[in-house]
Design a protein around this ligand. Structure first.
Ligand SMILES: [Fe+2]
Ligand SMILES: [Fe+2]
Length: 280
């Protein structure tokens, strides 16, 4: 009599595998609107089916988004071959490539809006240094501390904007977010490390604590301004349409609660949130 071999035990799940990761597929995409007036309805998937007011808002948000990406390339450019270490030069090059890809991705979504989208892309490509929409992107990086504080603070605000879109009601915009967010994480960590090394290592790395603090003081108010006015009708509409997730003030408060302990942890002071602000 032939003895049957015992059935092979099922392969254990790969270490660290997420429970949504299934055989033959990945995480199930969320197809319905998750908040606002249309909660529970299928997401908008094409530019043609979006109501006119929402269409205009999405295009405006995309233009601001893309404008910040192209502007930051101009700001980083002088440091590509003058950052203090070899690794820092490589990360500068990496950040510039990432921001170019983010700008391209935002413009590809704008292209779906036909001639109107294309004319906005043309405008974006013509925008010169000093003429960008948000103040933080019209200020040059005068020192290496500026590069550190900008990426630690301003890129972090950008992440809050991207997170707000991550589950939004316009499918093509929502699906662009995960890769952008993962790339932005490198920029934030890099900026935080530059500031930390300036404080801890001083001239053995580059600069000193005073330079790092001066750069934080320069960029902190501009980064808080980026969230927009506290009582913005547009941001309330964007939430109702399922495009933005938080009011400007909610997002700004979350940012402050995240960044202040990080700065204090490396021996730097966070300025008062209303100090030198231009947009309240
Ligand atoms: Fe970016
Ligand atoms: Fe970035």
């Amino acid at each position: 009599m032939v003895e049957q071999a015992p059935a092979a035990p099922a392969a254990p799940p790969a270490p660290g595998a997420h429970k949504s990761l299934k055989e033959g597929g990945t995480v199930v995409p969320v197809r319905e609107v998750l908040w606002g007036n249309d909660a529970g309805v299928r997401k908008f998937e094409t530019a043609e089916e979006i109501p006119p007011e929402m269409r205009d808002l999405i295009m405006r948000l995309l233009v601001v988004q893309a404008d910040t990406e192209f502007a930051s390339i101009q700001q980083h450019r002088p440091w590509l071959d003058s950052a203090p270490t070899l690794e820092d030069r490589w990360i500068q090059a990496r950040i510039v490539a990432d921001e170019a890809r983010h700008g391209l991705q935002a413009c590809r979504i704008l292209r779906d809006f036909g001639a109107e989208g294309q004319s906005r892309i043309d405008g974006l490509l013509r925008t010169q240094e000093g003429h960008h929409k948000l103040d933080a992107f019209n200020i040059p990086f005068d020192s290496w501390a500026d590069v550190g504080a900008f990426t630690c603070l301003v890129d972090r605000v950008g992440v809050y904007q991207l997170r707000a879109f991550q589950e939004c009601a316009y499918g093509p915009l929502a699906r662009a977010m995960p890769l952008m967010l993962s790339e932005e994480q490198l920029h934030l960590n890099f900026g935080y490390n530059v500031l930390r090394r300036m404080v801890r290592e001083g001239p053995a790395y580059c600069g000193n604590r005073e330079e790092a603090q001066a750069a934080v003081d320069k960029w902190y108010p501009r980064s808080l301004d980026m969230f927009g006015h506290s009582h913005s009708r547009t941001s309330e509409m964007a939430i109702a349409w399922g495009i933005k997730r938080w009011t400007n003030e909610e997002a700004r408060s979350r940012f402050i609660a995240e960044i202040n302990p990080l700065l204090e942890g490396i021996g730097l002071n966070a300025p008062d949130p209303e100090w030198h602000r231009r947009i309240l």
